[in-house]
Design a protein around this ligand. Structure first.
Ligand SMILES: [Zn+2]
Length: 280
């Protein structure tokens, strides 16, 4: 018996890529081929697709870091601490990996769980620097990859500090290519049915209704757009630093942009609305 256990353990050690962290061991169908880049290690079953994803990931890494503007922040440069991207062959294999930590009992349970997640095209395991995607997901290179990568990079940047939800999702959506949040934001600004920024900045969970979810994401991305294109990059970086130090959004705004928005969030909202109405 002991011999057999040893034999199987040895087999598992032989065939599992050595860099997979322990936390991934519950995933049975890990992709086996490996591709290394400066900041990423990619496990896949399709070299061409993995190659495309790897360059897109490096490109987005540089872009997102530039947008954060934190000079001394360069995560995942060390050989043994890169971000891991797992590319599954299809959505079923991807969802099985997503669901693996739940330890579902049988195929019937798994089918129900997979059906409830059939909208899902990618996932970031934020505490482990692991990004999971699959071939053929809609927008996988242009939207899912940059979105989830932003979440992972922000998590690295903030460390143990809380990340305001609007910033987490707003930046993630802002970094996507070709995401048209501007049309919706222009409409709600004109019709005056937007979420007040005072409320938006305090939100701790994504709102329950579909319409509000759309507003929440679009407005958050638009606020980032406003801050990055209409205000100075150095100040945006200072603002992030303040948030990282634990200041709530309204206080961080006051601290960094006092001269521009003497009445804090109220003034900020006014200027943001002006920008949206004239430029979108
Ligand atoms: Zn997100």
């Amino acid at each position: 018996m002991a011999k057999r256990v040893f034999f199987f353990t040895a087999l598992i050690l032989l065939f599992s890529p050595c860099l997979f962290s322990d936390v991934l061991k519950e995933i049975k169908n890990l992709p086996k081929e490996e591709l290394k880049r400066d900041h990423f290690i990619i496990y896949h079953e399709n070299r061409n697709f993995a190659n495309d994803i790897s360059w897109k990931a490096e490109y987005n890494y540089k872009k997102i870091l530039r947008h954060l503007g934190a000079a001394d922040f360069h995560p995942w440069e060390k050989k043994d601490n890169k971000c891991m991207i797992l590319i599954f062959r299809n959505q079923k294999e991807f969802l099985d990996a997503v669901l693996a930590p739940l330890g579902l009992k049988n195929e019937e349970e798994a089918m129900v769980a997979r059906a409830s997640l059939d909208w899902m095209g990618g996932m970031a395991r934020k505490d482990e620097n692991v990004l999971m995607i699959f071939e053929g997901a809609e927008g996988v290179e242009t939207q899912i990859l940059p979105h989830e990568l932003t979440h992972l990079i922000l998590r690295e940047y903030f460390g143990k500090a809380d990340i305001p939800l609007w910033l987490h999702e707003g930046m993630a959506q802002y970094e996507e290519e070709g995401r048209d949040y501007k049309k919706l934001v222009m409409k709600i600004a004109r019709d005056e049915i937007f979420l007040t920024l005072a409320d938006l900045f305090k939100m701790k969970s994504v709102p329950p209704s579909r319409a509000e979810i759309a507003l929440f994401y679009a407005q958050s991305a638009s606020v980032i757009d406003y801050m990055r294109t209409q205000l100075l990059q150095t100040q945006f970086s200072q603002f992030l630093r303040q948030l990282k130090d634990g200041r709530p959004t309204d206080e961080a705004l006051k601290e960094v942009y006092q001269w521009k928005f003497p009445n804090g969030v109220k003034d900020f909202e006014k200027r943001w609305l002006e920008y949206v109405k004239t430029k979108y």
